[in-house]
Design a protein around this ligand. Structure first.
Ligand code: SAM
Length: 208
């Protein structure tokens, strides 16, 4: 399995980035056998369901050099690892409350030579510091998620999109969004990616 699908949607990536994306298949195959972070079914669609899905955020906006991004509940490294490959000059801090998942992330990042990625075993609420963006996928409902991170943002925005949360979600989100009481912007990934998997997938943006 190689990362041709990534090239299809991100043709401007360098040969080094292409190589790093290519490496992910072997690295996750190896580490997933030691510590299960990706379901076996999903391993067959690693590039579509995990790597490209994570990069959906990059179709909505681009991170700038020097920006700081927190990935809350990263699990095996999604969306943080693919984003750190795509934006080598942006700092990514990936956190998860389960230590063995962070072990996988650290090993994958180190083997792929990602110098802009730090992985920490911690609950998100306990992470100190300020960030420009928070990214996440499949962790919890927006109404519970927002209080964990709302105090963690730099005040000054340098990006075209003001600092905030970029959350990957799927399905009908009307009720979840209403219950959160937040003003959100929804970006539909089917507008960027033609694979059926993305039919209901969205990036939910919450400005801070
Ligand atoms: C369903 S997994 C999703 C993992 C990854 N984001 C992905 O999409 O593949 C949810 C992850 O969130 C982590 N998690 C849940 N609550 C958390 C918290 N308060 N702080 C940090 N991690 C948390 C769990 O340990 C788990 O690894």
């Amino acid at each position: 399995m190689d990362a041709g699908l990534i090239n299809k949607y991100f043709p401007e990536i360098t040969s080094q980035q292409q190589e790093q994306f290519n490496q992910l298949s072997e690295l996750y195959n190896y580490w997933n056998q030691q510590i299960n972070v990706i379901s076996r079914k999903d391993m067959d669609s690693l590039y579509e369901r995990h790597v490209l899905h994570s990069l959906g955020i990059a179709k909505v906006m681009s991170f700038l050099p020097g920006e700081h991004v927190l990935d809350v509940g990263t699990g095996g490294g999604f969306p943080g690892v693919p984003l750190a490959i795509l934006y080598p000059e942006t700092d990514f801090h990936l956190v998860d409350s389960i230590g063995k998942k962070i072990k996988v992330v650290s090993e994958v990042a180190s083997a792929a030579g990602l110098k802009n990625l730090k992985a920490t075993h911690s609950r998100a609420e306990q992470i100190p510091g300020k960030f420009d963006f928070v990214v996440s996928r499949a962790v919890t409902q927006l109404k519970d998620f927002y209080p964990w991170v709302k105090g963690k943002f730099n005040k000054d925005s340098k990006n075209t999109l003001p600092n905030g949360i970029l959350y990957l979600k799927g399905g009908d989100l009307k009720q979840e969004i209403a219950e959160s009481g937040l003003a959100v912007q929804q970006y539909f990934l089917k507008n960027y990616f033609e694979e059926e998997f993305f039919e209901t997938k969205q990036v939910i943006y919450v400005k801070i």
